[in-house]
Ligand binder design. Structure first.
Ligand code: PHE
Length: 360
């Protein structure tokens, strides 16, 4: 009898110690399998006397049932533990906020262009467009800059390559948005009030110049438009655009072949400590050229200068963006540095309107 007791203790201990399903199965085979220790013992019953068989048989049956039950219980416990462990690991907090998805930003040039368009739209200007690869007639001749005029040199123009024998008119990357004046006059005649934002190109590169940059052309033609209207329009624009109490403008007499008289406008700013600030300091940044449209330009656009007159201006969009958002280097605008774009970029829903507030 005592050897049954020993078997019982041995197998119960092994079952208890089994750490996984495979270990439990091993114990089961050792004890209750076809050649298991307890099964073999059962087979010896036949050789026993009926007396002995009754007692030993009953004890063996009881032992087999007990071991079998212990194995089942252990299996269940192991399965429960495994499930609990999985649930622990796969636990999900459905109240957590969703993971942020990377979103692009709106480039300051695009944002500022929208701001400018919003302001001039309020003043009754509509948007016009022209090609970036422009014939030299639109870019120069029509704007009173004939061939060999010294102003052609001042522009650092990129000329389009022409194969030998190609007799199409020479083309350039437009050096300013002014050719859109001519195109708009041709298309709509007078009176007219348009702005034309877009890319322009000049071979130039430093902190405030890049070979590609952005301008907005403005053109207003009517019967009695004067220089005073020009000044008011530009001042009104700057007040709305900068949304600060104090911006100081400086109108400087200047010269452009396509306007007479002409004025350039600078804005007071400071570069102190590598930071660009508008409205303070002792520096001036040129932001636009302007003037009364030259009679020859009106003529080139098919408008009679004896009947009509008006003003035009060309604003540097990138420089306005630098000033408004304190971006000290123009070159950084076009380097596509993601950190820069994240920092200075705008969310897609920051749509500029005059009443809703422009910019940030
Ligand atoms: N086109 C000139 C420039 O790019 C700016 C300008 C436009 C000046 C219209 C006068 C009138 O420098």
């Amino acid at each position: 009898m005592s050897d049954l007791q020993a078997l019982r203790e041995k197998y119960l201990a092994q079952i208890e110690a089994a750490e996984d399903e495979a270990a439990v199965e091993k114990v089961r085979i050792a004890a209750l399998g076809k050649k298991g220790e307890i099964s073999l013992k059962m087979r010896t019953l036949g050789k026993m006397s009926p007396e002995e068989r009754r007692t030993v048989g009953a004890a063996l049956n009881a032992l087999r049932d007990e071991i079998d039950a212990a194995i089942r219980a252990r299996r269940e416990a192991l399965a429960d533990a495994a499930l609990a462990k999985r649930l622990e690991k796969e636990w999900l907090d459905v109240t957590l906020p969703a993971r942020p998805r990377p979103a692009g930003t709106v480039h300051p040039v695009s944002q500022v262009t929208e701001e400018i368009v919003a302001i001039f739209a309020e003043l009754g200007f509509s948007v016009a467009e022209g090609p970036q690869v422009e014939s030299d007639w639109y870019n120069f001749d029509a704007l009173n800059i004939p061939p060999h005029h010294p102003a052609r040199q001042e522009f650092d123009t990129f000329y389009m390559h022409r194969a030998e024998g190609d007799d199409r008119p020479p083309h350039v990357l437009r050096t300013h948005t002014s050719p859109v004046q001519i195109r708009a006059m041709e298309a709509h005649g007078a009176p007219i009030r348009i702005i034309a934002p877009g890319r322009v190109y000049r071979s130039d590169y430093d902190q405030t110049h890049t070979p590609m940059f952005h301008q907005v052309e403005g053109l207003a033609i009517d019967r009695d438009i004067s220089m005073a209207n020009l000044k008011w329009t530009l001042e009104e624009f700057c007040r709305a655009f900068f949304e600060v109490d104090h911006v100081e403008l400086r109108f400087r007499a200047s010269h452009f072949p396509f306007t007479e008289p002409s004025a350039e406008v600078d804005i007071r700013c400071s570069w102190e400590g590598g930071q660009l600030k508008v409205g303070e300091g002792d520096d001036w940044m040129e932001i636009l050229g302007s003037g009364m449209v030259h009679p020859k330009v009106l003529e080139a656009g098919g408008i009679d200068p004896n009947e009509w007159q008006g003003f035009a201006f060309g604003l540097g969009i990138d420089r306005l963006a630098m000033l408004k958002y304190g971006i000290p280097d123009l070159r950084s605008f076009f380097e596509s540095d993601l950190r820069w774009l994240k920092h200075y970029g705008f969310a897609a829903l920051d749509i500029p309107t005059l009443h809703g507030g422009l910019g940030r």
